[in-house]
Write a new protein. Structure first.
Length: 83
């Protein structure tokens, strides 16, 4: 079963935690800046190719962030890993 899609709200929150601008996310993920801007614009789950979403998620996870999903016993969110 594929991982649930992170949302544009989670992406913006993750960027805030890292004090990243959209260009920093684009650089870290290898996704173009126009794509990052477009994906963040629409509320809800990211509407992009699975590979693009995985690259964005991977960039944040490499910085120690964990995405919280509604099925995890709470609401949607993002936090730093406890490791």
């Amino acid at each position: 079963m594929p991982e649930p899609r992170i949302s544009s709200e989670q992406v913006r929150a993750a960027r805030a935690l890292l004090r990243w601008e959209q260009k920093d996310l684009a650089r870290a993920s290898g996704v173009s800046l126009p794509t990052v801007i477009r994906l963040e614009r629409d509320p809800g789950p990211l509407k992009g190719y699975a590979r693009t979403v995985a690259l964005i998620r991977g960039a944040f996870e490499a910085e120690g962030l964990v995405f919280l999903m509604p099925g995890d016993g709470g609401g949607e969110g993002v936090r730093f890993s406890s490791r």
